[in-house]
Design a protein around this ligand. Structure first.
Ligand SMILES: NC(=O)c1ccc[n+]([C@@H]2O[C@H](COP(=O)([O-])OP(=O)(O)OC[C@H]3O[C@@H](n4cnc5c(N)ncnc54)[C@H](O)[C@@H]3O)[C@@H](O)[C@H]2O)c1
Ligand SMILES: N[C@H](CO)Cc1c[nH]c[nH+]1
Ligand SMILES: [Zn+2]
Length: 420
């Protein structure tokens, strides 16, 4: 099911090729398609939005859909589950509230760092292949805790009841029924643009976010097709490992799942379990396609496990290793790490409390998992007394002179010479 590869037998180029994400291989074509969609929306506005909704999503219904009756339409067990997820997501994100800081850097010079919520944001909820109500909660709940006033939620139409219900639970009264790059364009270039766009999505959505960022709309991160890397030793349970791999493979044909193990026997047992378990799944065709993009890498040492993981920088990293806790400190680059046999990724995807919006494409080297602070901005405040300015003046004047900026010097000296 997963081609098993002896990692040490490959050259550096082959190793790199093997772990290139599928969506990155098509990136040039996707860039062009997305750029055309964004240009059309900017030039034609609503007409282009309707055309893309119709041609790409086969949707000609209302652009805005109310959420008010949606909670009544879902099963009571689902509502209870959503409420439990909301409670845990809230607890974890509440704990991330930042402290304002005030520092007197020198007598009479007060420097502060304060935080404020973003005013108007866009959140994208994927819906092309499967509706993801959990992605509503993962974004809207932290946004609400941060104090964001206006949230525009976009998802492809027709909008399923489960998405409307999750939006209602998060206090969002209506949803923008648009998907893909056109949804990102509507939020970025509409009559009232948002200041920042959040959310996961396929390669078109992720590329659209990248392109609107060049026009000054902030984005959370590139959060593209789901991926997971599992590090496992000979004692790992092959069925647990296989199920974790399948849970991300079923997201889409361009997902990538990678097992790295020190045990050839485990690699073979996982393949056996993959064959058995795949046969029980409803999204078999998608899952098998994703498994084609994926590999098992057999290595000799723990050091190799760590090096491969740090270089791949997976969105999700699962540790099914006897000494997982000891290895944690050496694993530098991952969006979210799941430790031990009883920590399936599904827990983080839905309801443990951590955020499931995570950087993909190896960008966990530089981007963080979504958190409360992403919905806020920090800024500084300073207050100098006259005595404070007098003490700092020689430093300011010397630096202004070094830069040849006379007005900067003047803004200091004019105050010190002022007798009033
Ligand atoms: N990284 C994360 O944090 C995270 C979290 C949840 C989901 N995901 C990923 O989000 C993705 C969701 O993808 P999806 O496709 O199901 O839904 P989606 O809503 O992201 O994309 C669907 C949209 O893509 C557009 N599209 C499809 N084919 C196109 C084409 N040929 N040309 C132009 N536009 C096109 C359509 O407009 C459609 O509305 C999955 O890959 C999943 O793994 C990632
Ligand atoms: N695994 C996805 C992030 O890559 C999140 C998700 C939503 N629903 C199920 N899973
Ligand atoms: Zn998932």
């Amino acid at each position: 099911m997963l081609t098993i590869i002896d990692w040490a037998a490959l050259g550096a180029k082959e190793q790199q090729n093997l772990l290139t994400r599928p969506a990155q291989k098509d990136s040039a074509a996707i860039r062009g398609i997305v750029s055309d969609i964004l240009a059309a929306v900017r030039a034609e506005g609503d007409a282009a939005l309707s055309r893309y909704a119709s041609t790409l999503d086969n949707y000609d219904g209302s652009r805005w859909v109310a959420t008010k009756d949606a909670l009544a339409s879902i099963k009571p067990e689902l509502r209870v589950a959503m409420e439990q997820a909301v409670a845990n997501i809230s607890r974890f994100h509440e704990a991330q509230r930042p402290q304002a800081i005030t520092v007197e850097t020198q007598p009479g010079i007060l420097c502060e760092q304060r935080w404020q919520a973003l005013e108007r944001i866009g959140i994208y909820v994927p819906g092309g292949s499967a509706p993801l109500p959990s992605s509503v909660l993962m974004q809207a709940i932290p946004a609400r805790i941060a104090g964001v006033e206006e949230i525009i939620l976009a998802t492809p139409g027709p909008v399923p009841d489960v998405i409307l219900a999750a939006a209602a639970l998060a206090g969002i009264p209506q949803v923008l029924a648009l998907g893909g790059a056109q949804a990102i364009a509507a939020m970025a270039y509409g009559d009232k643009p948002v200041v920042k766009i959040f959310g996961p999505g396929n390669a078109y959505v992720t590329e659209a976010k990248r392109q609107v960022a060049l026009d000054g709309i902030a984005i959370d991160m590139p959060a593209g097709p789901s991926e997971v890397m599992v590090l496992a030793d000979a004692n790992a349970n092959p069925r647990f490992v296989a199920a974790d791999l399948l849970s991300q493979a079923e997201h889409g044909p361009d997902s990538q799942v990678v097992l790295v193990t020190t045990s050839q026997a485990l690699a073979e047992a996982v393949n056996k379990a993959l064959a058995e378990l795949t046969a029980t799944l409803s999204r078999q065709a998608i899952t098998l396609k994703a498994l084609d993009n994926s590999r098992t890498l057999v290595v000799k040492t723990e050091a190799e496990l760590v090096a491969i993981s740090n270089s791949y920088a997976p969105e999700h990293l699962i540790l099914q290793l006897d000494n997982a806790q000891q290895l944690l400190g050496r694993l530098k680059n991952a969006g979210s790490i799941f430790v031990g046999a009883y920590s399936p990724e599904s827990a983080g995807d839905y309801a443990s409390g951590t955020n499931h919006v995570l950087p993909t494409y190896g960008l966990a080297k530089s981007y963080s998992s979504l958190g409360l602070l992403d919905f806020m901005r920090r800024y500084t405040v300073q207050t100098l007394s006259k005595a404070g300015l007098e003490t700092l003046a020689p430093t300011l004047i010397a630096l202004a002179d070094a830069e040849g900026l006379d007005a900067h010097r003047l803004a200091v000296t004019v105050r010190l010479e002022n007798k009033a």
